[in-house]
Design a protein around this ligand. Structure first.
Ligand code: ASP
Length: 373
């Protein structure tokens, strides 16, 4: 199926036509988006938690986002409506309402979103009291000159925009787990300067090993990216961040270029997993830049994982094989509608929805084995 060439695309095509064959080829390989796009198959990709049915819901995140998108909703509106399902789910302790709280027992939320065609971005970090941080991030994008609001200021902004501010976003479940963690740890929630081992992190991982906390929810986030038939690309990432974090700790999710990056002409990438590893390497930006140079989403994602691996040198972050002792995943779409999910280790999956319906697919792993080998 061909689609009418837009003026912008026509001009790009014309620019290519005016070149010699050799120079056109070289321009195309340098700037793959010079090519006139044929009809794009709309698709939504997300972290694996985007394809689970939720408390009382009849659609998964990717289904909801995809359905709204193909019915003509703005791509970002559709993606945010999708992730709202997880944010509002009281039984999900990794995102939004009921997310595992910080070391003081307070739920602090991070979120970001980017709109490819509008070239706008918005994010909030350490936001307390609002169940749907992704909607506040979208308000930052739509109504301010800024890209990132944090803490009290973000909450004040949300209040002024009409969001309901609640005293406490804990559920009985998240509070019970926090109390259990508190019971196990001493109050020194900082790295021992000699060993650089974190007491609270060790205890948290023990709770994962004992099955009290879902491994995916110790860290735990949803990233969701979509492209519609017009080639419009957007993305959103929302999280309660690392369980039992030092109050004020901000992960990768609300940081443009780390937890999310969208370039409307190239593609989108977003992440879940150990935010610090991603923050250090700004992988979503890196992935989009690799795609700009022509890499397929899968290869661009694996390149970012290799960068993380190369920059992970502290012993406390390495397993007995000398590989990273943590997981990190990326969910990627390019402007042609090609997509991929990649992970540091083979094992995690990701969600996608196309006109064939929602699916959960295995991520392409960089390494065999497990983080805790
Ligand atoms: N990346 C998030 C963070 O570090 C957590 C996660 O994705 O699990 O805050």
């Amino acid at each position: 199926m061909s689609k009418p060439i837009k003026r912008r695309d026509f001009m790009r095509a014309g620019a290519v036509a005016g070149m010699t064959l050799a120079s056109a080829k070289s321009a195309i390989s340098q700037f793959p988006n010079l090519l006139v796009q044929s009809a794009i198959k709309p698709v939504v990709v997300s972290s694996a938690n985007g394809n689970r049915f939720r408390h009382g819901g009849d659609m998964t995140v990717v289904q909801k986002a995809f359905t709204m998108m193909v019915q003509g909703a703005d791509v970002l509106d559709a993606l945010v409506a999708g992730v709202n399902i997880v944010e509002l789910d009281p039984l999900d302790d990794s995102v939004g309402y009921g997310g595992l709280p910080n070391a003081d027992g307070v739920v602090q939320l991070d979120a970001s979103c980017m709109h490819g065609p509008k070239k706008r971005a918005g994010a909030v970090a350490s936001l307390e009291g609002v169940r749907t941080p992704s909607l506040v991030a979208k308000s930052v994008l739509e109504t301010t000159d800024h890209h990132l609001l944090v803490g009290k200021g973000a909450q004040m902004f949300a209040r002024n925009m009409g969001f309901k501010i609640e005293d406490d976003l804990n559920t009985e479940h998240s509070r019970r787990l926090w109390l259990e963690w508190k019971r196990r740890t001493d109050p020194s929630h900082y790295l021992d300067p000699k060993t650089r081992a974190e007491v609270w992190h060790r205890e948290g991982l023990k709770m994962v090993a004992e099955g009290l906390v879902d491994r995916e929810h110790y860290y735990g986030t949803i990233n969701c990216n979509g492209i519609n038939a017009k080639g419009e690309i957007c993305g959103v990432t929302t999280t309660s961040g690392l369980a039992w974090k030092i109050p004020g700790r901000v992960g990768d999710s609300p940081i443009l270029g780390a937890g999310l990056y969208v370039d409307g002409a190239v593609g989108a990438a977003g992440s879940t997993g150990r935010g610090e590893a991603n923050l250090y390497n700004l992988c979503s930006f890196l992935i989009v830049e690799e795609m700009r140079r022509g890499k397929h989403p899968k290869d661009a994602g694996l390149e970012a994982l290799r960068r993380i691996k190369a920059n992970t040198v502290e012993k406390r972050l390495l397993n007995s094989k000398g590989n990273p002792s943590f997981g990190v995943n990326f969910y990627i779409i390019n402007a042609k509608g090609e997509f991929a999910g990649v992970s540091m280790y083979q094992g995690p999956s990701y969600a996608m929805c196309s006109d064939a319906g929602p699916q959960t697919l295995p991520c392409e792993g960089l390494l065999q084995g497990k983080p805790n080998d």
